[in-house]
Design a protein around this ligand. Sequence first.
Ligand SMILES: [Zn+2]
Length: 570
Amino acid sequence: MAHPTSGLTRGHLTRRGLLTASAAALLAAGCDGSGRRAADRVITGGPVYTLDRRRPWAQAVAISGDRIQAVGDRASLEPLIGPGTELVDAAGGLVLPGFHDVHCHPIEGRSGGGCLLDYDADAAQLVRQVRGCTHGGPPGWVVGAGFDVTRLTEGPRPPYELLDDAVPDRPALMFDSNGHAAWLNTRALDVLGIGPGTPEVTGGVTLRDAAGRPTGLLLDNAMLVHSTRLAELLPQDEYPLLLQSQDALAAAGITSVADARVFWRDPHDQLTLWRRAEREGRLKARTTLGLWAHPELPDDEQLAELRRLYRREPAGPLSVAEVKICVDGITSNLTAALLDPYLVGTPVPGDRGLNYFDAARTARYVTELERDGFSVHLHAIGDRGVREALDAIEHARRRNGDLGARHRITHIEYPDPADLERFARLGVVADFQTSAPGIDDPEYRRGDEPVLGAERAARLQPIRALMEGGATVTLSSDFDVGDLSPLANIATSLRIGPHAVPGLERAICAYTLDAAYALRQERLTGSIEAGKLADLVVLDRDILDRPVEELAEATVRRTILGGRDVYVAP
Ligand SMILES: [Zn+2]
């Protein structure tokens, strides 16, 4: 495995620099006769799994200010316990570094309008569900989320007509469970001005009938661009949603998070909300924002705007240091980009999926953005999508050399086996989610066989191969597409057959130290070492000493960010 500490690059703290900073912190804190100051807090009473290779296990952690002052056995930390030291009892629970969720949608996870739809519902059931919740949502509209898009393309009736059955008199718009499709009724199509003459959106598909009339399903960037119009018509204050997400992150034990799609332009500007939360001291996790690269914008203008917004603060609370690029779509839309065609007809000519950003644009964006300091977070699912993402990073490397960016490709569902070795070679972080409901069910894992064939479908998420091939691999939630809980997602990552993570320790590393590396924070977070930030989680049990079957029942008892509790279980 490429251990994160092997990633030293120009501009980053060296190991020597970290030790010096740590010693300086201790000195600045004021010395007693022994030269060591009493700790503010000492956690004891439970095993400490540090992820520090030199000392993987300890019994106690001393905290001074926002930093870890010392790690060791109880006796060695005794001298740091003074009259003012707060003793925190882990009560037999495991102490871990705080979890890092490198692909999350904190704000979107709390939205969804008034109408929550069932992913397993068929078209008729969906119509009944929408009918049952027409009271919710913004005034004048019915808005909801959660359906499975394939359920609406099976039958003879166009989707808009089905939704008209449920909502005949008002505009209605439903987002699918993946955030890659929208379902509109006739009124909504009219209000948003989507008709036979509407030009196609770059990176999107407006499904149409033989006469060219939109059928009421918008895929990928067509959904995003048209629903941004909705934000204009129905401005929604997302700030309360952002604040709620902070409590959810803290309760899940997440101390560092990357928002994997931050809208930054009027009328949908989430960047301003994040900045406000930072200003008001409301953030409960160190936050890295991934600015959304809009496929429909002209490149020169967009790249200049993104450059202007860059700001990196490795210790947080808020960094604007990533750009999110969708290379391709998703298989359930038949829009994930493939080298060889789907086995079924698709709405995209050639049946090989679509690009939000084509190969040349992706290469240009990665090359220019890393010069500005950004790491690029690339969504790629199909084998062509993953290859183009890797090609873009390789292109940038040839042009720029190694600038220390930590690019990562996320999802990586069906990569060509020939491309796997490139992750380690190019230093690309491979990010996976095992958080979708049922993803560990063998039936679910064969779900794309009818459209991909057995050979391609069996490649789904080659996590183990990438880990064993030396790539840095992270696990993340993709909340609210998936479950937010790192513990639940770690449990699932061990149960996905031949591609499963080889061992619980590796899964924990993928959610802590390797994830800190992906966020360029591994000198500051991700393991429990003196001098690092005191970002810790205390579980209710020692998951490394219990059967893995018990893992999903484990809970977070306490989350500590920079030495202070941000969550204590009731
Ligand atoms: Zn996502």
